[in-house]
Write a protein that binds this ligand. Sequence first.
Ligand code: NOJ
Length: 558
Amino acid sequence: MTADYEQHHSSAGNEWWRTAVIYQIYPRSFADSSGDGIGDLPGVTARMDELQQLGVDAVWLSPFMTSPQRDAGYDVADYCDVDPLFGTLEDFDQMLAAAHQRGIRVIVDLVPNHSSDQHEWFQQALQAGPGSPERARYIFRDGSGPDGDEPPNNWQSIFGGPAWTRITEADGRPGQWYLHLFDSSQPDFDWSHPEVQAEFRRILRFWLDRGVDGFRVDVAHGLVKDQNFPDYTPDPEAASMGGDQAPAPYFEQPGVHEIYRDWRQVLEEYDGDRALCGEAWVSSVEKMAQWVRSDEMHQTFNFEYLMADWDAGQLRGIIDRSLAAFHGVGAPSTWVLSNHDVVRHATRLALTGDNPQGAGIGPDFPGLPEYSHGLRRARAATALMLALPGSAYLYQGEELGLDEVHDLPDEARQDPTWFRTNGERYGRDGCRVPLPWEADAPAFGFSPNGKSWLPQPDRWQQLARSAQREDPDSTLSLYRRLLKLRREFDLGAGELQWESGLPEGVLGFRSGSVLVLTNVSGTPVAPPEGAQLLVCSSDLSQGQVPADTTAWFRMDRD
Ligand code: NOJ
């Protein structure tokens, strides 16, 4: 721990987002009250007690706004309304009230990089001609080549295939091309346009006025593009959502920070510590910290931590670098292990071979671990993460120990990645399968009538919440205990001090009176004299912390 860290730590405030545990709700897969097989907002309200019992401080909801659902709601047609699939604005208000009554804050997802092609503005742009004010809100360009029938440059969509699509003009002739970093149904806005900037201020205020506590900002590194639109070929090894060493001309452009400085001022018009959390897939925590400078966002996901292997050296390195980088700008680190875009960590942390981030895994994936092996590591990894100072995000279902559903039938898949690569990349459906609530109900209680937009695997019966609630050894019980102790010992606001002299492959640190030992090696390690066990991600073996296990101990001070 450096003096710099201490200095920044002591100057930090006590705003809720600095230490909060935030639970990601993926609405279409959380709980379906209507019986259409897709989760909805009344389903969230009905299960709010479960989230309170789990002990989370806040929830983040992935998009539930009006959308044709070509990218599961990340293609928004109306930013200020609820899609009928998920309910109504009144259902949203009820859900928000139910959360607030239980002391749970609510963050909603904001998708500013692109809209749906069904958004009113894009439809107007299609009707209006080249050079019109309507087209100027998006990124339309003439094609290259003698007849303009080649895309303006070589950029590729994150989901595969070209990032440009040619339109047919209103008079029926082949026309201009528009940019979409994701699916062709998700045209990118031109963020240099004042109307785009003003519209998003309006959208922020719409939800802030309704009482939300903050926003998770989609593709927060992508809004501004290099205006020269140079050709660019990404590093094939880099994470699919970004994170190349050399920034792509459509990611990490310096102008993007001006947008968040502007938004920060909007949030500061409101009371109650409203917060912005950026989804910025950039290549290092040092770069990520630029999104959370004191006049920009409040949090940004620590994706370098998420991408780390189950390896003591890598974990210690990224923890140290994260604390230094984020505290260097007066921000908390925002730890995360799973979300709706990555292979669930109960599978990912024990894969043999490469972690195919973004590409997903399918039925023939060669490096699949035994479930129990992956789960053991996942429980240890979560217990480590929840002891770290800062804020942490959980993804729905990880508290049940859900694994990646690699064996979905091809015909069930819905991720645009699967279609845009002609089945070459499986995509993210495997981490989005609806939650099991009741072991003996149809669709494991996800819906009232057994419908489920993606099929649930039979093996999840034993992982249903009902089967775990009363079992002290269940993953759900472990999460509850960890969250309770984290709160009791105020670990989110703690200061981490590494223990010295531990065997290789063992991470150990103190945070206040709590000692945390994570054993990533094969050899059991003994806690020091006088250590009293608080919680263990598996079982101690003859008083020692065995492999793939994290234990928290209380150290009495004399
Ligand atoms: C990141 C979101 O998390 C992902 O699910 C989505 O497909 C892309 N951004 C595009 O909005």
